[in-house]
Design a protein around this ligand. Structure first.
Ligand code: ATP
Ligand code: MG
Ligand code: MG
Length: 554
């Protein structure tokens, strides 16, 4: 493998090892909240954490950050696990922040006893006003100096379910004048009478992210807790909470931050992706236009392409926007190596070879993948009536039109050279048939002089009598704008591309009869396609993954 320069997280780790941290202490985690499906941004975080696990031979936990039962569901837990496995990564332990609810509760009692936490009984509006502003200190809550006994009593009764939602909270007692707003007595617990997907109705108080995350890292002895940049101001609080519980015989986790992966022409936020699903802009979380891992999978992306994309784009210290064409290039590169070539026509028009014998059929040899010497050959049927692509014929063609026209010759891929003769039109003037003659001597690979004649182009085709009808779903970008969710005063949904899905009926060669869901092909001269989960033996359904070259670069 190629020598790669260390990214800044690896440099931090190297520094820690140099300063005496034992290699055996390295441990990472990927901590999704099960409130939606994973997206391409998560793939970057997964590749980072599991990649570190691989390069340092260290365990990586999968930890569900399940502290908010209002938004979290088992369906999301299952989907997240499926996606990580599909990407090809293996976690060491499967953990849940909810595994630690009792420990967090016990620690909170200790904090209360030490005067480091208290129960506040004001409304959230009152508390917000007292927070102050970044340039003005906040005001103490009238409950800030409640006695330990009263705090302990209230906290226990909160847990027992004596109070309705919103009546009391637990706050850390830190510094109402801190320049870091997050240090102004942050929330540790709130009352939520909600069923939790794992703990059921055991709890009606739930810890906040800040109070659960670092402590979960500590309990799992995670050495490097990597998160995205918006958590940079949380680091001080992460450390403060650890200070309260830290036992110096144990490893002390550190939080370090990297920039979120932002991708053009899409959104990478579970909340926004959920809006697209709920408001029926897409068919579901795995709609092939979604930036979710399951959507990209259904679109025809491979695990290798997503891992390569994540590794090639790497991680940054500052927010940046990666053009979606880089993601498309990653899948094109992988599919070029592995996808069998087939012929499929997605905008068909009939071609009749007038001098080809009626009722005759030939099975011609076709190479499966010139990029893969082990891919072999298959037979494709040829007959008098074929389907070709409508745009491959032009009646009054300019000299530079290198496809079929009247009195001009082209080669049919793997078959014969044909010459355009005439067209048949319907009453509206639309071409319904193209008639051509073939050169009997010109069969590809036959070695004859005629087979070696140079003609101006090569077209793909399928035999009409043998072709399979297929529904073909053609996708365009889901958003017309490069950064749909960055416009002040405009909702990102305003930029949804109304033409992001076009469904057509095409014809494909009969070898595809046995194609299975997620099988991937190159439809020669068109692009890469995969079999959709809606496909049946009666009706094939293909998703277009990506075109052969980047249309946006032309
Ligand atoms: P979302 O806004 O989509 O819900 P999140 O950060 O709240 O994102 P989590 O489930 O909490 O989602 O994320 C799990 C991990 O993945 C976190 O460490 C988070 O920082 C990281 N992550 C999330 N989105 C991105 C992204 N766009 N790029 C890189 N890492 C990300
Ligand atoms: Mg989160
Ligand atoms: Mg979130």
């Amino acid at each position: 493998s190629e020598e790669k320069s260390l990214n800044f997280i690896e440099q931090i780790i190297e520094e820690d090892l140099k300063n005496g941290m034992p290699h055996s202490g390295l441990r990472f985690r990927f901590p999704p909240e099960p409130n939606g499906y994973l997206h391409i941004g998560h793939a970057s975080s997964i590749a980072l954490n599991f990649g570190l696990g691989e390069s340092y031979n260290a365990p990586v936990n999968l930890r569900f950050d399940d502290t908010n039962p209002e938004k979290e569901e088992q369906e999301y837990v299952d989907a997240i696990k499926r996606d990580i496995e599909w990407l090809g990564y293996k976690w060491a332990d499967e953990r849940y922040a909810s595994d630690y609810f009792q420990q967090l509760y016990d620690w909170t009692i200790e904090l209360i006893k030490k005067g480091k936490a208290y129960v506040d009984s004001q409304s959230s509006e009152e508390i917000a006003v007292q927070k102050g502003t970044p340039t003005q200190p906040g005001t103490d809550s009238p409950y800030r100096n409640r006695s330990v006994e009263e705090n302990l009593d209230l906290f226990e009764r909160m847990k027992k379910g004596e109070f309705p939602d919103g009546t009391h909270i637990v706050r850390a007692k830190i510094d109402m004048a801190s320049t870091n707003m997050l240090m102004r007595d942050p929330l540790m617990y709130r009352i939520m009478h909600k069923h939790h997907h794992r703990t059921g109705d055991d709890w009606c108080i739930y810890p906040m992210y800040d109070w659960a995350h670092g402590e979960s890292d500590y309990l799992e002895q995670i050495s490097h807790s990597l998160c995205t940049l918006e958590f940079l101001p949380h680091r001080e609080l992460y450390d403060w909470f650890l200070d309260q519980i830290f036992d110096d015989k144990k490893l002390r986790p550190k939080q370090r931050e990297f920039a979120r992966r932002n991708l053009s022409h899409t959104v990478v936020s579970k909340r926004k992706l959920l809006q697209l699903v709920n408001q029926n802009f897409v068919s579901g979380w795995d709609d092939p236009r979604m930036s979710t891992i399951s959507g990209l999978r259904r679109r025809g992306f491979t695990p290798a392409s997503l891992r390569n994309f994540a590794n090639d784009t790497g991680i940054a210290k500052r927010d940046n926007l990666i053009d979606v064409s880089r993601l498309e290039a990653a899948i094109r590169e992988d599919l070029n190596k592995i996808a069998p070539r087939v012929m499929g026509v997605i905008d068909p028009v009939k071609l009749v070879i007038t001098n080809y014998p009626e009722g005759k059929e030939e099975w011609l040899e076709a190479e499966n993948n010139q990029e893969d010497e082990n891919a072999g050959f298959r037979k494709v049927p040829f007959s008098k009536e074929l389907w070709i692509e409508r745009e491959d014929f032009m009646e009054d063609a300019p000299p530079k039109f290198f496809r079929l026209s009247i009195d001009r010759e082209v080669r049919l891929k793997n078959a014969y050279i044909i010459k355009g003769e005439k067209v048949v039109k319907d009453s509206n003037g639309n071409i319904t048939e193209i008639h051509a003659t073939y050169d009997v001597e010109s069969l590809s690979g036959s070695g004859t002089e005629a087979s070696q004649r140079k003609v101006s182009g090569t077209l793909h085709w399928v035999s009409a009598a043998h072709a399979l009808e297929a529904e073909v779903r053609l996708y365009d970008r889901l958003f017309t704008d490069e950064s749909p969710d960055t416009h002040k005063g405009k909702d990102f949904l305003e930029f949804v591309n109304p033409e992001s899905l076009k469904v057509v009926t095409g014809y494909v060669e009969p070898s595809l009869a046995t194609a299975k869901v997620e099988d991937k092909f190159q439809f020669q001269r068109i692009g890469y396609f995969t079999v959709d989960k809606d496909s049946t033996s009666d009706k094939l359904v293909f998703n277009k993954t990506v075109g052969l070259k980047d249309a946006w670069e032309e």
